[in-house]
Design a protein around this ligand. Structure first.
Ligand SMILES: [Zn+2]
Length: 114
């Protein structure tokens, strides 16, 4: 267990009630947890094209959000399939609630944003 993690009712959770810099570093560990979870469920992932522009004020610019492309059996699941399952895991870790129609977006809440 790292200093970023805590146990709540037998479930691992990440402590996000920390200063900004710590939160950004915790987010990376949470994403690692999510990615590992996805692979154990038979999925694979790629990072999105970093040239994709995000709206001003997006948590992507803060290092508190990431978009992940999901694959199963080498096929890119573009219709959102699989993300529901992964968002359930993301919820248990303490991640921000999913955004309808933006299911490949994983973030942590920050100043009311997700
Ligand atoms: Zn996003």
């Amino acid at each position: 267990m790292t200093k970023h993690e805590e146990e709540e009712g037998g479930m691992k959770k990440y402590n996000l009630n920390v200063p900004y810099g710590d939160k950004k570093r915790t987010f990376v560990l949470m994403v690692a947890d999510l990615i590992h979870h996805a692979y154990t469920k038979g999925y694979e992932m790629t990072f999105t094209d970093s040239r994709v522009k995000h709206r001003i004020g997006s948590l992507h610019h803060e290092g508190l959000a990431i978009d992940l492309n999901l694959y199963k059996n080498g096929v890119w699941l573009k219709d959102g399939t699989g993300h529901d399952e992964l968002h359930e895991h993301w919820d248990t870790l303490g991640g921000a609630r999913r955004i309808t129609n933006d299911l490949n977006h994983y973030s942590v809440e920050h100043e009311g944003m997700r």
